[in-house]
Design a protein around this ligand. Structure first.
Ligand code: GDP
Length: 458
């Protein structure tokens, strides 16, 4: 049974500020009646769901606005309750007046994410799907949109529920053995259980691997672009930005010398962190800058080392790379720039794996550079994922890790012939962790922390 949600909530569902239209949304048992009290036009409570009505909103004899009301009768609505959406003119003043009139009549201002929370509580979708709604609103690239859409439509949830259902079957057989206590019976076939557990672990590991890529899709790839002054870093960034006609964002980094630019390549966002430039220096302030550059490199997912082909020898490139990335842990692309200034014989001297030659000024070699950047990401995720489902949510990844760990314990218990009681306890833990993802098992704290990350009105 869904919990009793007796009050009617209201919020502005479009962004605040002036606009052509603003949409206010009400949900709850009094949604239609409260709107009726303000609405001059047809009697809304006599109208069927999924209908639109034009009229005026009046409060204390004053016309507030001409509006269109969309009527949804529960359970055929987003929240499964009666829902009214009022489309009024997009003025903050009008919105405030209408909200105030509705609140005076008994509506309550909705908290962040409360509409989606109600939809979840009424079983319209599970928790993972609800979270995908927030991701969908925040999606800013083709790929992040695609992944969020897939999750919202239940792809990930289906995969999990299937896993969980098969475990539940075994768990109930084990619980049955417990009921028989001393009689020492085995209903649950241990060999079958072992192979099921191993199969589940394979799927969970795949999902966890997909999280690496999911994280990249959601948060972008931090790429440090390092190189000496005049190597052409700014020219290259501009060329990449123009190439993709991406939205240019120049947010200052934590210090003034780091500028972040975002370039989207085939739906994957690369966050370029520019550095002050590398140079040997005796100046204390500058050497701090160099140290910071190295620190940045250590935290990056990718290092793009740009050098000037007309002013660098292949040996210098090797030395600089070794200094920037001493342990070679960070995937690195060495990129020689100003190819337009040297001849083919000179260029041949730089031929190395993971070295590309480009001209940021003429655009030569840029498509190859973009493909090389993508390859770095895909090589580390997409190809190995082997799963159509991509995990993007940290909470889901943590729960999957916990489930994996609990399944390990069950497997270990089986191999050393633990008693049924211990096995059943570990299995319950695994089930709980999987159940947390979709919300089959949830706590108030968890729900609060999830839904407060939503915007008001969603
Ligand atoms: P940064 O200090 O690394 O950001 O370097 P800039 O992007 O400011 O470039 C330094 C200079 O090199 C500028 O005068 C650019 O016009 C020039 N430059 C950059 N890329 C190329 C290139 O591919 N070919 C040529 N000939 N000049 C370039």
């Amino acid at each position: 049974m869904p919990p009793a949600l007796s009050d009617t909530i209201v919020a502005l569902s479009t962004p605040p500020g002036a606009g052509a239209i603003a949409v206010l949304r009400l949900s709850g048992p009094q949604a239609i009646q409260l709107t009726d009290e303000l609405f001059a036009g047809k009697r809304l409570h006599e109208q069927p769901g999924h209908t639109l009505h034009y009229g005026t909103l009046r409060d204390e004899g004053r016309i507030l606005d001409e509006v269109v009301v969309s009527l949804f009768r529960g359970p055929h609505s987003y929240t499964r309750e009666d829902v009214v959406e009022i489309s009024c003119h997009g003025s903050d003043y009008i919105v405030q007046q209408v909200l105030a009139a509705l609140v005076r009549r008994g509506a309550r201002l909705a908290e962040a994410g409360e509409f989606t929370k109600r939809a979840f509580l009424h079983g319209a979708f599970d928790l993972a799907q609800a979270e995908a709604v927030a991701d969908l609103i925040a999606a800013d690239s083709a790929l992040s949109h695609q992944v969020a859409m897939q999750q919202m439509r239940g792809g990930f949830s289906r995969e999990l529920k299937d896993l969980r259902a098969r475990l539940v079957q075994f768990a109930s057989l084990l619980e049955l053995e417990l009921d028989f206590g001393e009689e020492d019976v085995e209903f649950a076939d241990r060999t079958g259980l072992t192979s099921l557990l191993q199969e589940l672990q394979t799927v969970i590991r795949q999902l966890l691997r997909s999280f690496e890529l999911g994280n990249v899709i959601k948060n972008g790839v931090t790429t440090v672009i390092a190189g000496k002054p005049n190597a052409g870093k700014s020219t290259l960034l501009n060329a990449l930005l123009n190439e993709e006609r991406a939205i240019v964002s120049a947010v200052p980094g934590t210090t003034r010398d780091f500028i972040e630019d975002e370039v989207s390549i085939e739906g994957i966002r690369f966050r370029f962190v520019d550095t002050a430039g590398l140079r040997e220096t005796t100046d204390v302030v500058e050497s701090i800058g160099v140290e910071r550059t190295r620190q940045r490199v250590r935290q990056a997912a990718l290092l793009l080392y740009l050098f000037d082909l007309t002013a660098t020898t292949p040996a210098e490139v090797a030395t600089e790379l070794a200094e920037l990335n001493p342990e070679g842990r960070i995937p690195t692309l060495a990129v020689g720039n100003k190819l337009d200034q040297i001849d083919t014989a000179e260029a041949a001297a730089f031929a190395q794996p993971d070295t590309l030659l480009i001209s940021a000024a003429t655009g030569q070699g840029l498509p190859e550079l973009q493909q090389a950047l993508l390859q770095q990401v895909r090589g580390s995720g997409l190809d190995r994922t082997g799963s159509a489902t991509i995990v993007t949510n940290v909470r889901h990844a943590r729960s999957l890790e916990a489930a994996l760990e609990a399944l390990d314990a069950v497997l270990l218990g089986l191999s050393v012939h633990h008693g049924t009681e211990l096995l059943a306890a570990d299995l319950r833990r695994a089930l709980a962790s999987l159940g947390e993802i979709t919300g089959e098992i949830s706590t108030d704290d968890l729900l609060t922390s999830i839904f407060t990350q939503f915007c008001i009105g969603k």
